[in-house]
Design a protein around this ligand. Structure first.
Ligand code: ATP
Length: 686
């Protein structure tokens, strides 16, 4: 009984039981609290990552492939390139040589690399170095050359960048110097055009903020084993600024005529910095929001001890507002006018006084002179040459030029004298006192003389052959030296069959100029060594505003660098690719070649004449005429004066790949009566 009672009785409360019940009561709110805290933490982490990790984020699929650049020891790169052996030299850029090398790894496969060695000390070289490093950790695309790492020698005098090796070198070299037989295949050229367009589309539309390359040209396009093209050399690249986006939104101008609205992406709000931490003996770059002062080293020197690329500079590049300010203040890494083209430059924001020294070349003139080669080619050429002269004058100290002129071993005695004379003229411009005096000299004169001398030589030779002696002085000192319209088509066939070896002196002049540039940059080019020469002609980078003939007119005068500047450069490149020649080139005997000398004017002229296919390189095999017309039309659209009228790179890709309707020629270039080119179908390419 007692036991039954006991059983029926409720269990005697013990000390522990109420606590247990209390705990049961506490559990739900506790769990809720923990869950809330956890979700808050997750949310916070997510937001934090989003803010700190936001800028220049590539598309998600490429995220996994992105690797921060390594810091290599200088000795390992020296070993990899057999002590920077001349035999391994791939080419010569404006800021140093590029060598091929093999990085040996005990654990994984050996890696073939290209090592660019740059002397520190030049603002542009350092800018290129830092730009490349900053962007390399952030952008990844199969259409962009990957930067693997960097290094510097102990004293920080040499800066080295390590890239993936692209076995077929640059498009410039392949197309214009080596004349690779693979590029005779039209399909290859077309796919190269499309690769480059996709690379630019990636930079403009898939990076946030958009990356503007700023120096699109054939020597910055590299080709892999299968001649797939990749965009390299981000030395002049910029991130799109907030102000630019705002301006574009305000303009809201329709582009292209295909009804596609350009997606400009959003804009950076945070200031990022870059730090390096040591991982497995290599320093790696890491992004982060405002590193603590201890974690960063301020300064540009890149000695092995200074593990960090100047955060100030990197921040300048990332922060849109700062970037803009830098620009308007004309200082720092984004200095736009200090090494500018000598063209009238105005700084609207800061009110900095315009460069009035070059009154003759206003922003308007720039376009007009570049654009009207067909009707005033002399001015175009004068202008280009004058511009180059100014660029060189600004970029190189006097002594280098004097050295360069005297060190020339290629030319004969008289030619040496001429070089000296010409260089002296440039050098003398450094002298403030001489500036006014020299300016009175007509810009055209010195290269007109060059041309006249060549004419004289030719005539002499011809007369000698005919048994007479003559003079051409009249031709030289009147303005009739420039071609007349009726001479334009004469001798064309003959010229086309001319081989490269039989270059005219004008071509020599252009090439010779390029060699001078190389020599002046203290990178002696040994033509006998059989090495691959740097970009020929005048397509080197003499300016921080890009390359002559490739730079967009609005940027060449006084405008901002925008995606549309890249679009313009792409247009020039496309014409070069199709025509298989430089944008400014005189190949045959003088007069009749001059209208063709300026590729852009020539293309426009052919468009008006309804003879666009005449532009195509005659060595091209299996030409798809429809595609060729499409490419030239796209190029001419990209080359329109008004940036707003140029298509976006997204549109270009759409047009070239057949996703968008085939474009029409700009109205002003349409043959009369205006008609659409007879594109049969919109074939889908790749
Ligand atoms: N990753 C690479 N793989 C193979 N060859 C390369 C690579 N990078 C550069 N080169 C070669 O080295 C040459 C010099 O390149 P670099 O970028 O220094 O100068 P550039 O573009 O020719 O001239 P600039 O300095 O005027 O832009 C190129 O033309 C190319 O032939």
């Amino acid at each position: 009984m007692p036991s039954r009672e006991l059983r029926s009785l409720p269990p005697t409360p013990t000390l522990s039981q109420p606590v247990h019940r209390q705990r049961h009561h506490l559990l739900p709110p506790l769990a809720g609290g923990i869950a809330a805290a956890a979700s808050l933490l997750i949310l916070f982490t997510f937001c934090f990552r989003k803010i700190s990790h936001k800028k220049t984020v590539p598309s998600s699929d490429s995220e996994s492939n992105k690797k921060p650049p390594h810091r290599f020891s200088y000795s390992s790169l020296r070993r990899a390139t057999s002590n920077f052996s001349p035999a391994l030299r791939l080419g010569q850029g404006g800021f140093g040589s590029v060598y091929s090398g093999t990085l040996k790894s005990p654990t994984s496969n050996n890696v073939s690399v290209a090592v660019k060695v740059m002397d520190s000390g030049s603002l542009q070289g350092e800018r290129e170095f830092q730009n490349e490093l900053f962007l390399s950790g952030k952008i990844y695309s199969k259409y962009i050359v990957s930067t693997i790492g960097f290094s510097s020698d102990k004293r920080g005098r040499r800066m080295l960048l390590v890239y993936e090796l692209l076995s077929n070198g640059s498009l410039q070299d392949c197309l214009l110097h080596r004349k690779c037989s693979e590029l005779k295949d039209w399909k290859k050229r077309y796919s190269i055009a499309l690769d480059i367009a996709k690379g630019l589309e990636y930079l403009h539309h898939f990076c946030d903020p958009a990356v503007i390359h700023g120096d699109i040209k054939p020597s910055n396009i590299l080709l892999d084993d299968n001649f797939n093209a990749k965009i390299g050399d981000f030395g002049l690249a910029r991130l799109k600024s907030e102000d630019q986006v705002e301006i574009e939104v305000k303009k809201e101008s329709p582009v292209g005529g295909n009804g596609v609205v350009e997606d400009n992406g959003s804009v950076a709000e945070e200031t990022e910095s870059v730090s390096v931490v040591t991982v497995n003996g290599f320093e790696e770059f890491h992004r982060g929001v405002e590193q603590s002062p201890e974690s960063v080293v301020i300064g540009v020197e890149l000695s092995p001890e200074a593990h960090v690329v100047s955060p100030r500079t990197v921040a300048d590049m990332v922060s849109p507002s700062e970037g803009i300010e830098k620009t308007s203040l004309s200082e720092g890494i984004f200095d736009r006018s200090s090494i500018d083209s000598g063209i009238e430059i105005g700084d609207k924001k800061s009110g900095v006084k315009k460069n009035k020294k070059k009154k003759s070349v206003t922003g308007k003139d720039w376009w007009w002179k570049q654009d009207t080669g067909g009707t005033d080619s002399g001015v175009v050429k004068d202008y280009v040459m004058e511009w180059i002269g100014n660029e060189i004058k600004k970029e190189r100290p006097k002594t280098e030029w004097i050295g360069a002129s005297s060190s020339s071993g290629v030319v004969g005695k008289t030619e040496k004298k001429k070089h000296k004379k010409r260089l002296d003229w440039w050098v003398s411009l450094d002298d403030e006192k001489n500036v006014k005096k020299e300016k009175r000299r007509p810009a055209r004169e010195w290269w007109k003389e060059e041309y006249c001398e060549e004419l004289a030589r030719k005539k002499k030779k011809k007369k000698k052959q005919q048994g007479g002696i003559g003079s051409v002085s009249d031709d030289c000192h009147s303005d009739s030296w420039w071609p007349r319209d009726d001479e334009l088509y004469a001798d064309r066939k003959k010229k086309r069959s001319r081989s490269r070896s039989s270059k005219s002196s004008m071509d020599w002049w252009l090439d010779g100029f390029s060699s001078e540039l190389r020599r002046a940059r203290k990178n002696s080019y040994d033509s006998a060594s059989g090495e691959i020469p740097k970009s020929g002609g005048i397509s080197s980078t003499p300016s921080m505003r890009g390359t002559v003939c490739y730079v967009a007119p609005e940027y060449g005068s006084c405008g901002d660098l925008s995606e549309k500047c890249d679009v313009y450069s792409y247009g020039v490149l496309l014409l070069v690719l199709i025509a298989g020649r430089r944008p400014l080139q005189v190949t045959g005997s003088p007069m009749s070649e001059f209208q063709r000398a300026n590729l852009l004017s020539w293309a426009r002229h052919l468009a008006r004449a309804g003879k666009l296919l005449d532009l195509v390189d005659q060595s091209v095999e299996s030409l798809d005429k429809e595609q060729a017309l499409l490419c030239i039309t796209v190029a001419l659209r990209c080359l329109q004066k008004s940036p707003a009228r140029r298509p976006s790179m997204k549109e270009v890709v759409g047009m070239l790949s057949g996703d968008l309707e085939a474009p029409q020629l700009p109205v002003e270039l349409s043959p009369s009566p205006p008609s659409r080119f007879p594109f049969k179908s919109h074939k889908k390419v790749r």
